[in-house]
Design a protein around this ligand. Structure first.
Ligand code: CA
Ligand code: CA
Length: 96
């Protein structure tokens, strides 16, 4: 009896956590686009992603090969999410 309740509670908690994680991720992607979407089309294009990366690793504060590599990696990580290869990142793509 006690075990059943524990299992049920665990299932409930796991379900709730998954839901929260999903929501948190979706909200995070929406905020990323909203903050960095300069032309207001609801997507991030190459220039906007570049600006985003420059904000995270500013080239004037973090110069040199190591940070160039970090910028390249971050840029690549963003473009890996461009699933329809239209050269723009939508909220849905970033949320995946
Ligand atoms: Ca845009
Ligand atoms: Ca896309």
């Amino acid at each position: 009896m006690r075990n059943c309740m524990a299992a049920g509670l665990l299932a409930l908690l796991t379900g709730a956590c998954a839901l929260n994680a999903q929501t948190g991720l979706a909200v995070g992607a929406g905020v990323t686009v909203a903050v960095n979407d300069r032309d207001g089309d609801g997507m991030l294009d190459a220039a906007e992603v570049q600006a985003l990366v420059a904000k995270v690793f500013p080239p004037d504060k973090l110069p040199g090969g190591f940070w160039d590599g970090m910028r390249t990696s971050l840029t690549a990580a963003y473009w890996a999410r461009d699933l329809d290869h239209d050269g723009k990142l939508s909220v849905a793509e970033l949320a995946r």
